[in-house]
Design a protein around this ligand. Structure first.
Ligand code: FES
Length: 143
């Protein structure tokens, strides 16, 4: 049986780091509508089990100051806002940790359905959803 996953591969480095990322890449893609800080609607192709941050980096999308701590729960710049049904699905797939709540407290424009993109794993259940990146951004490392 063919697996939808390719071999574990060292892929490109994070844009702000010399640390290579080691991840499992899938040939299967999930589409996410992403509204960037300028209000533009973009289509993000993501592999299952990637985080939203992984998918943004892999896509090469240039979103100002998004994910500057590289997913280490140190900045809150990956703050995203979900629609309520998607928020509820994500709560089941990857419930927020106390560390994520702490970092969300420092995000600009926090809402009831806010999460951190570096903590959200992509799944088939969110195919076609819309995720909004707030216009304003704050980097908790500078607070
Ligand atoms: Fe910094 Fe998510 S990338 S908290």
């Amino acid at each position: 049986m063919n697996s939808p996953f390719s071999a574990f591969t060292l892929k490109n480095q994070l844009p702000h780091s010399n640390i290579p990322r080691r991840r499992c890449y899938s040939t299967e893609k999930i589409e996410i509508n992403l509204i960037n800080r300028k209000g533009e609607r973009l289509v993000l192709q993501a592999a299952p089990d990637d985080t939203i941050l992984d998918a943004v980096i892999d896509s090469g999308m240039d979103i100002e100051s998004f994910g500057v701590c590289e997913g280490t729960l140190g900045c809150s710049t990956c703050h995203v806002i979900l629609d309520q049904p998607i928020f509820e699905i994500m709560e089941k797939i990857c419930p927020p940790t106390a560390e994520e709540f702490d970092m969300l407290d420092m995000a600009c424009g926090l809402t009831e359905t806010s999460r951190l993109g570096c903590q959200l794993e992509v799944s088939k259940d969110i195919n076609g959803c819309t995720i909004r990146i707030p216009q304003e951004v704050s980097d908790a490392r500078n607070l």
